[in-house]
Design a binder for this molecule. Structure first.
Ligand code: LLP
Length: 440
């Protein structure tokens, strides 16, 4: 799915989402604006849960907050009975402050600080996914100091290559994530966890990458987890009751990618079949599964809205159409060469000739190009462009580069929009600056 479920062209040819015309949203809230369709968000949560309920009922769907997190989204996730995976004290604090049940939170990260671990243990969060031996030691000590038995999973590096951008591969041998299974680090972690009375080892986790279209890496990951689990059973008598092959399912960003999208039912069936096969092959009991989608929950629900400004022709070379956002709100094209598409939303341009243009951002960087070579109707200053599949890893990775103000966010549903994050102001930007020791 490229555009949110409720996307429609009105009779006059304008684009609407959630029953609200995007041009009206631009007038009311300004641009750049990020719009989330609540129907799509809930639909993605429900489809995930239903797909796994059918394929492997003992599955928990854990939403990966790093893709996007806000109080309004948390309320939806809570409603839809998902768990939450956080990767920082910040994400954890936000979730706790807005009442997300601590018991349904999982904490990831390859270098969690002592303060972050303390926050997690103090609030008795659901699981801590331990990445390395230092963390294991710290957690054991924290459990003792705080009088807790901490439920943990060990994150393993299974040595699986997912076919995605190098920056998004997390399960190859040369990765900063997880306990290597190449030498004895992962085994030492098992022995140490079992020998620490304040740690409650439940099982194993792996996440091999993100924006993965093919399902084979999930099978390989599960096989690798089981090879390790069987060895540990043989050596230490430890039998995992929980297992996670992570998240990472790809979404389409362009029309061309729509055909490649894997159905959630296929993902669930692939994972369930692999778990059943491996369980039988290694004579281990069937585990409780967790899956950790981020992008494939929020990505398709979000659309970015920009206003066209300067249009510059370089004769015989290229036409640059600059918009009022860019790499400060969406760094993905600059960072990964990510492809996006866009549509003109404020008027009916059917029948107008298409021309090849490049949509540039407004930031002071030649690489700040949102879309290279896209065929669009003639664009003039003031036109509105909507970019679909903008719900994941855009706002979450947004910055104040060039002292940009980060955009406002609205949730739309049933013909209404509600502001869920106001646009930043100059005061927001400047309120952290101090002039210590400087006379005025
Ligand atoms: N679980 C773990 C342990 C992860 O590290 C990640 C993502 C996820 C789950 C969720 O993966 P997803 O379902 O969203 O693919 N900034 C990059 C993506 C980085 C993903 C990092 N880890 C991008 O914009 O493509």
């Amino acid at each position: 799915m490229l555009w949110p479920l409720t996307t429609q062209r009105t009779a006059a040819g304008a684009l609407a989402i959630g029953g609200v015309e995007l041009a009206a949203l631009a007038r009311e809230y300004g641009t750049p604006l990020y719009i989330y369709d609540e129907a799509t968000l809930r639909d993605r949560c429900r489809r995930y849960r239903a797909a796994f309920a059918a394929a492997y009922p003992a599955t928990t769907v854990v939403y990966a907050a790093k893709a996007y997190l806000s109080p309004a989204l948390l309320a939806v996730l809570r409603d839809e009975d998902l768990w939450l995976d956080v990767v920082s004290g910040g994400e954890l604090a936000l979730a706790l402050r807005y009442g997300f049940p601590a018991a349904r939170i999982t904490f990831h990260g390859n270098n969690k600080s002592p303060d972050e671990l303390r926050l997690a243990v103090t609030h008795d969060i659901g699981r801590i996914v331990v990445d390395n031996l230092l963390e294991l030691e710290r957690l054991g000590a924290l459990g003792a100091a705080l009088g807790r038995r901490v439920p943990i999973l060990l994150r393993l590096n299974p040595g699986v290559e997912a076919h995605t951008h190098e920056y998004r591969q997390t399960g190859v041998i040369d990765s900063k994530f997880g306990l290597p299974t190449l030498d004895d680090q992962a085994e030492r972690a098992v022995a140490q966890a079992l020998a620490t009375p304040t740690l409650d080892l439940r099982g194993y986790h792996a996440h091999v990458g993100s924006q993965i279209f093919e399902l084979a890496p999930y099978r390989e990951t599960i096989a690798a987890l089981y090879r390790f689990a069987a060895q540990m059973r043989d050596r230490y008598g430890f039998v995992p009751t929980e297992l996670s092959p992570g998240g990472g399912l790809a979404i389409p960003y362009t029309e061309a990618e729509e055909a490649e999208e894997a159905a959630l039912d296929d993902l669930a069936r692939t994972i369930a079949d692999a778990v059943r096969q491996e369980t039988a092959a290694h004579a281990l009991p069937a585990p409780h599964l967790t899956v950790e989608p981020g992008r494939s929950i929020v990505g398709p629900a979000g659309v970015a809205l920009y206003t066209v400004g300067a249009v510059k022709d370089i004769p015989g070379v290229r036409r640059y159409v600059s918009v009022d956002g860019g790499m400060a709100d969406n760094i993905r094209p600059a960072l990964y060469g990510a492809a996006y598409t866009a549509a003109l939303v404020n008027r009916d341009a059917r029948g107008e000739p298409l021309a090849r243009v490049t949509i540039a951002g407004k930031y002071c960087e030649s690489g700040d190009v949102l879309i290279r070579d896209i065929a669009l109707p003639p664009l003039a200053p003031g036109d509105l462009l909507a970019v679909p599949a903008a719900g994941a890893y855009c706002l979450a990775m947004a910055s104040n580069y060039n002292l940009a103000l980060r955009p406002a966010v609205v949730f739309v549903r049933g013909g209404h929009a509600r502001l869920t994050r106001r646009r930043e102001t100059l005061d927001d930007l400047l309120c952290t600056e101090v002039m210590e020791g400087i006379e005025d």
